[in-house]
Each structure stands twice: as C-alpha cells, then as structure tokens.
Design a protein around this ligand. Sequence first.
Ligand code: HEC
Length: 476
Amino acid sequence: MIYPLKTPLRNRALSTLIVFWGILFSTPSLSQDAAQLYTNYCAGCHGARMEGNSASALIKTEWAYGRTNDLLVRNISYGIAGTEMGAWKNVLTEEDIQALADLIVQAQNTPFSAIRELPGQIQTNHYVLDVEVLAEEDIETPWSIGFINSELALVTERRGTIRVLKEGSLNPEPVMDTPIPFKTRFGGFLGIAVDPAYEENGWIYLALCESTIDQRDPSAPAMTKVIRGRIQDNTWVDEQTLFQAPDSLQVAGGNRWGGRLLFDGEGYLYFSIGDLAEADASQDPHRVPGKTFRIHADGSIPADNPYVHEPGALGAIFTLGNRNTQGFALHPETGEVWSTDHGPMGGDELNILKKGANYGWPIVTYGIDYSGKTVSELTHAEGMTQPVTYWTPSIAVSSAAFIRGTQFPGWENNLLIGALAYEEVRRLVVEGEQITKQETILKGFGRVRDVKTSPDESICVLLNNPDKIVRLTIAH
Ligand code: HEC
C-alpha cells in the first residue's frame, strides 16, 4: 500500500482518491454505472482496478478469448466453459453487458497509471522513501540503465537511442552515431552494461535487435545482437560485434527478444535471448532462441561453457529452456547470477543460473499460453531445473537487482524485481535459495521496465507508459 506523505495537498487528495475506486472511473468519458457494475460483479475475480486477481487482468495486450467488442460481449454474456467465468446474461441486461464491454475497451486506453501522479514520498514497511522523478518529458520507452559511477549513467530507449544521465539530469542530445536497430514492435535497443574496468578501457555493451537480411522489413528474419563500443564527445565509436547469429539462425516474425546484460564478479558477460515465439527452439543447443549466454568481454567463448565441445551447438550457451529472461541480478554474497524469466500466463519465474542447466521451457512450465491453450501438463521433469519461485497469476516480471551495501539497513541482499502488467517494484527477502517474504514497495505508476541499485545505493526505476526515470532514497 502506498501512502503519500508530505506531498502538496493536491497530490495528496489525488492519491487518496486513487486508493479508493477513484480516478479511472471518475474520468468523465467512463460510465459511473458501468464502473459500479464492474465493482459489484467483476472486481472480486479480475481485481479492483482490472489488474487481475484469481482471474486474469482485463487491462492487457494479450487476450485469451478475444478483445473485440463482439467477443467481449459474447464472453461476458455466455461465460467461458470450464472456468469460473459465468454466463452473466442470466444476471445482467444486454445494456449492462455492453456498458461493461465499453468500460473494458476504454480502460485499455486510459491506463490507471497515465492519470496518476507519483507522490513525493511512499511508505514501505520499514522506510519512508523519497521519490524523485529524474526524467519524464523528454524520454521514450526507457529500457535499461547502466551506471558508470554515482554521477553518470547511460539509458537505452527502445526506439534505438542511448541517453546520458548526468548528476540526475538527462542530456537532451542522444548519443550520436549509434547503430540503427531492426524495427519491431517490442524490440530495438535493449540492455546496456558498463565494463567493470570502464575507467581503464571505456567499453559500453549494448544488446539490440538486428536483421542481417533487411533492417527495414519488419517481416525479415532478425535476432538479438550484442555489441560494444565507446562514447567520446557524445558519439558512439570503436564498435565491435560480440555476438551475432548467422543468417541461417535468424528468426522471422519473432517476439520476445530477451536482451538483458550483466557482468558477474569474474568479468564474464551474460546476456539473454528470448524464445522469439519459437518455443521449441529453447531446447535445441543448435539454435539461438530461449537461452542465456556467457561470453568474455571481448566476445570470445569461455573454454568451460557447457556446449563448447558439441559439434554444431552454440558455444556461448550457458543455460537452456528460458522463455524470455528479462532480468539478471548478481548475488552480492554468493556471486551467483539470478534471473527473472517472463513466462506465459501464470508462469513468471525466478531462477538461479547454473551452468548447463535446463529450465524446461516449453516442456515444463507453471503457465498456460495466452491463447488459453495448455503449453504443457508438466511442472516438473527429470533433468529440468525448478525455479526458486514463480508467480501465478503472472505479474509480467521484468528486471531484477539485489540491494547492495548499507543504504537500506535491514534490506541487505534483498532482491528487487520489476513487473510490467502489475506495475510494481517488489522487494523479495532471500534466505539461501528461498524467498521468505515479498513486499510491494511501488505500484500503479507505470510498467516497471528496469530496476537497478546505483553505486550511490539509491534505487533507480525505469517506467514505461508513462515513461519516467525515478530515483528512490530513504527520506531523512
Ligand atoms: C468468479 C470469478 C469471476 C468473476 C466474478 C468474473 N470473471 Fe471474468 N473470468 C474469470 C475467469 C476464471 C476467466 C478465464 C480465465 C482468465 O482470464 O483468468 C475469465 C475471463 C474473462 C474474460 C476473458 C479474458 C480474456 O483474456 O479473453 C473477460 C472479458 C471477463 N472475464 C470479463 C468479466 C466481467 C466483465 C465480469 C463481471 C461481469 C467478470 N468477468 C466476472 C473469472 C471471473
């Protein structure tokens, strides 16, 4: 629960309203009557703000049973066989059902978050946190942040730009001469990472979507690529390719690009590539999709990677069966790489990456496909590694970061995770390889794309829709 503290009265009134039913349905374009119907009949399963509860969210891009007006009316009227979703035509009039369908359609375009102002402070179980918005006007779909030091950071925007964030303010000029990515709806520029020895070598690492066949044709085969370069005078120079799939391994019509990057404590660079909608390829070490990878900083392949000796297999593979790894976090004590895998409906996972492990996608999963089809009956199988935890219903897990240092006493080694659909930053208490507690510390202000701890030990959050860069510190 978020309480606005010491914020201007206007904000406080606004936020208080939101805590109740409020904003969405007090917007003049949305019907109060429909909102009341929704509260009475639907909110119990689909969530007070359509965010999902025992049943799926009703604000989403992937609909299991159809999103057109006719299909919504049909599904509400006749229910969905074999589920808890009943036939509401026995309870509600045709007009009521139409009003509910309209409400659902309108809610897609009026996200709760878009009309909510971030409070100046939020209350968590242990702390009051100051919330500082570092950028909002001049930023578009920020995807990943990499810190050079506590004053200087780089932010990717998905459209294909790198921005410099210096002392908390964004350089209005993007870095010049960066490569042009393959243009696809969910792709572009993805993860960014800074070399652990940046002070000596200046290397910046970038994951992006690329087609070696035709960059401008969205239906062309393409793949996630990893490069590095340096930034001099706000210009990208010295580019080198570290990982690039040959033409024959690129995938047409792909979706779920992965693209997170992380250096571990030994200087290995990890990156993820999602299943590109070719789920079965996730089990095939000769194909790229659905894996995590480990390389040296110069792109060479570590001699002890699990598939280096298998003919035709990709030597960079570190783990298999990962649907769409959207977060990597380095455990401050064990040095292990923890990862968050964006699953199908109901199958978001938290994993610890173990060399050569197979995390099972799509043979075993806790989720079902967004089409409503079963992906697999199995949640366990011999030789397939179980997640540390999983989230049902899906929160649409994105990024992850461990809390380091002493800035947040009591939260040492806790894991922060971001969620897109649930618009959350959660704090997970980690004991050994178990999660013993979860607390939502930020919710409902936008899709959380990235969460990182800065070298100054504040928490940095990248929000999408509305797009923002936000810093959280303990209020004094
Ligand atoms: C008892 C729980 C329950 C209630 C109450 C309920 N639903 Fe559902 N609803 C479900 C379940 C279960 C599903 C199917 C699986 C899922 O989407 O989680 C579903 C599915 C749907 C879908 C299809 C979602 C998609 O992805 O295609 C719509 C639309 C929907 N419900 C609307 C409503 C509306 C409007 C109301 C109120 C009149 C309502 N539901 C009340 C449980 C419920």
